[in-house]
Design a protein around this ligand. Structure first.
Ligand code: RTP
Ligand code: MG
Length: 140
């Protein structure tokens, strides 16, 4: 299996509860390497631009408000089949449906405050990485 990259966000519900390290530990235990990481406070432009695919969804306003409510940690993760590996350790979007051992099962508060974002395809991973990182910020 090829080593690939994915994009992750540790969301405000996690940074607020001081879970940056605990979430990152779960990612690392799952075989993902953090090759770029920064803590940012998203602007409205960043939140609305990043989630533009969801702009017609009823939860768009709530989602973007949440993502700019407090700091987040954006990361580039590297590993074998990174997109799927990350989605597997994240667990289902709704924590009530997430499997045991997943990040959302352990930490998420609700479907909105669900602790992490992870790219859903390699194509979107490349777009999302480029949205937040320059090439020279990624050290593989
Ligand atoms: P993510 O993009 O954050 O990794 O999560 P996902 O693929 O599992 O979920 P997606 O369908 O892409 O939705 C993006 C985020 O929107 C919030 N959401 N809220 N209130 C709701 O019904 C609702 N549905 C989705 C979640 O925070 C989800 O992660
Ligand atoms: Mg998604």
């Amino acid at each position: 299996m090829a080593v690939t990259r994915t994009f992750s966000i540790i969301k405000p519900d996690a940074t607020r509860r001081n879970l940056t390290g605990a979430v990152t530990a779960k990612l690392e235990e799952a075989g993902l390497r953090v090759v770029a990481s920064k803590r940012i406070h998203m602007t409205k432009e960043q939140a609305e631009g990043f989630y533009a695919v969801h702009k017609e969804r009823p939860f768009f306003g709530e989602l973007t408000e949440f993502m700019m409510s407090e700091p987040v940690v954006v990361q580039v993760l590297e590993g074998e089949d990174a997109v799927k590996r990350n989605r597997d350790v994240m667990g289902a979007t709704n924590p009530a449906e997430a499997d045991e051992g997943t990040i959302r099962k352990e930490f998420a508060l609700s479907i909105g405050e669900n602790t992490v974002h992870g790219s859903d395809s390699e194509e979107n991973a490349a777009i999302e990485i480029a949205f937040f990182f320059n090439d020279d910020e990624i050290v593989g």
